[in-house]
Design a binder for this molecule. Structure first.
Ligand code: RNT
Ligand code: ZN
Length: 418
């Protein structure tokens, strides 16, 4: 290891140790946390099943940065490049439309074998895989409704697709020896105020019950449901609202997915996690960055990211939390987006682990809010960067912005030829 990195680490470590913080234990813990890299950042949510299908579900990607992956092998190559630049062992989050097959297969007929290419790849690298039914970008979702559609035949199609998705995820879990999270997000909603808010929700409840009725091994598959406040084209009403899924997931014993961009602009998910985990079992996070609306920007080191990380660390919620990323920025290098978002998420977790948590909790109990504020603020400029650099070096990945050189080279050698 570089001498300067080691020296800075030793010095920084001493400062943290004065407050009783075990830096090596924090790094050991950090190296165990898997972040699920969302495959859809790699190709602007296009997928491979239907090449000519427009992005639907009220989702939007702005930008057409050159070199996006057009085939499964290209996407895997790009993910390999990103993973080389990120410390630790991770997961990859797939959507159904990323099936690796030449067959013309419908969403409700997808089987584990259509994802064999992904499983082989993940197995070789010790990666986990997560899964999502794709309830958008499809002619049967054109009018904006899927699982809550008034037409029972359309509902049936989406129920069968979600059932197939759980089976695929379970097969991932079995093959890879680590659980796969199946996350159900649907776009269903109205642009304008509905007359009947209740019936679509009742239909959704019934449809989900059918999806989850099939017994599945929880060792391999974890079910999650993701809410949203509004989307493009569903500004006035979303069937799967936060309250709907809170009630649903609690009563059915499944996980809730919190997407940082799916609430009112001033509402944050960091303040919701502890409440959920007092009553619910597990949760999935879609770490994202809303800008004015659910615009899915690349995760930066902002206050909310740090607050999410603090909640997970301070409350010891990490063991019951699955961390995934969810953003799609088509205006910058696709691989850089993954690297920036993932490294920031890890860095925020590290910063949270390097706070004097016990001391701060005691100050709070003692009512010494002056010291609480003073210490939290001083710790913001403690040298966590030196610890992070050491972590990267010891994990064999580029230190600081050196990864950017690799990405630029990859862009010249690989992406520009696409
Ligand atoms: C959409 C949800 C959902 C999607 C992905 C592609 O608002 O956040 O998680 O981003 O399924
Ligand atoms: Zn999401």
């Amino acid at each position: 290891m570089d001498n300067a990195i080691q020296t800075s680490y030793n010095e920084a470590k001493k400062l943290y140790e004065r407050h009783g913080i075990d830096v090596d234990a924090a790094l050991a813990r950090l190296s165990q946390i898997r972040i699920s890299l969302h495959c859809w950042q790699g190709d602007d949510v296009k997928g491979f099943l239907r090449k000519d299908q427009e992005l639907g579900g009220g989702l939007a990607v702005t930008g057409s940065y050159p070199g996006r992956a057009r085939r499964p092998d290209e996407l895997r190559q790009d993910l390999d490049e990103a993973l080389r630049l990120i410390p630790g062992q991770h997961k990859v989050n797939l959507h159904a439309i990323y099936a690796d097959t030449d067959e013309q297969v419908e969403l409700d007929a997808l089987e584990p074998r259509h994802f064999a290419g992904w499983v082989d790849w993940a197995k070789e690298r010790g990666l986990g895989l997560d899964f999502n039914p794709t309830c958008f970008s499809h002619e049967k979702a054109k009018d904006g409704f899927t699982l809550s559609h008034p037409d029972p035949e359309i509902r049936r199609f989406w129920i069968d697709h979600c059932k197939a998705s759980r089976r695929i995820a379970e097969s991932f879990g079995r093959e890879l020896g680590q659980p796969s999270v199946t996350n159900v997000w649907i776009p269903d909603g109205f642009k304008d105020s509905p007359v009947d808010r209740l019936t679509p929700r009742a239909r959704l409840m019934e449809a989900l019950d059918e999806v989850f009725a099939e017994p599945i091994d929880e060792k391999y598959n974890i079910d999650a449901v993701e809410s949203k406040l509004f989307g493009i084209g569903s500004e006035s009403y979303v069937v799967g609202s936060h309250e709907f899924y809170m009630g649903y997931a609690l009563s059915r014993g499944i996980a809730v997915c919190f997407d940082a961009g799916h609430f009112h602009p001033t509402e944050t998910i960091s303040n919701k996690l502890s409440s959920w985990l007092l009553f619910g079992r597990e949760m999935l996070l879609h770490v994202s960055r809303p800008v004015r609306w659910d615009s899915d920007h690349v995760v930066t080191m902002d206050d909310e990211l740090l607050e999410i990380a603090r909640e997970l660390v301070r409350g010891e919620l990490l063991d019951r939390t699955h961390i995934g990323l969810d953003f799609f920025d088509g205006s910058i290098n696709h691989i850089a987006a993954w690297v920036i978002g993932t490294r920031n998420t890890q860095k925020a977790l590290l910063r949270a682990m390097l706070e004097p948590i016990g001391e701060l909790k005691q100050l709070e109990l003692d009512g010494d809010y002056t010291s609480r504020l003073a210490l939290v603020e001083e710790f913001k400029s403690y040298p966590y960067g030196a610890i992070w650099d050491y972590f990267c070096a010891s994990q064999g990945v580029p230190v600081r912005e050196a990864w950017l050189t690799d990405v630029k080279e990859y862009e010249t050698n690989v992406l520009s030829a696409r």
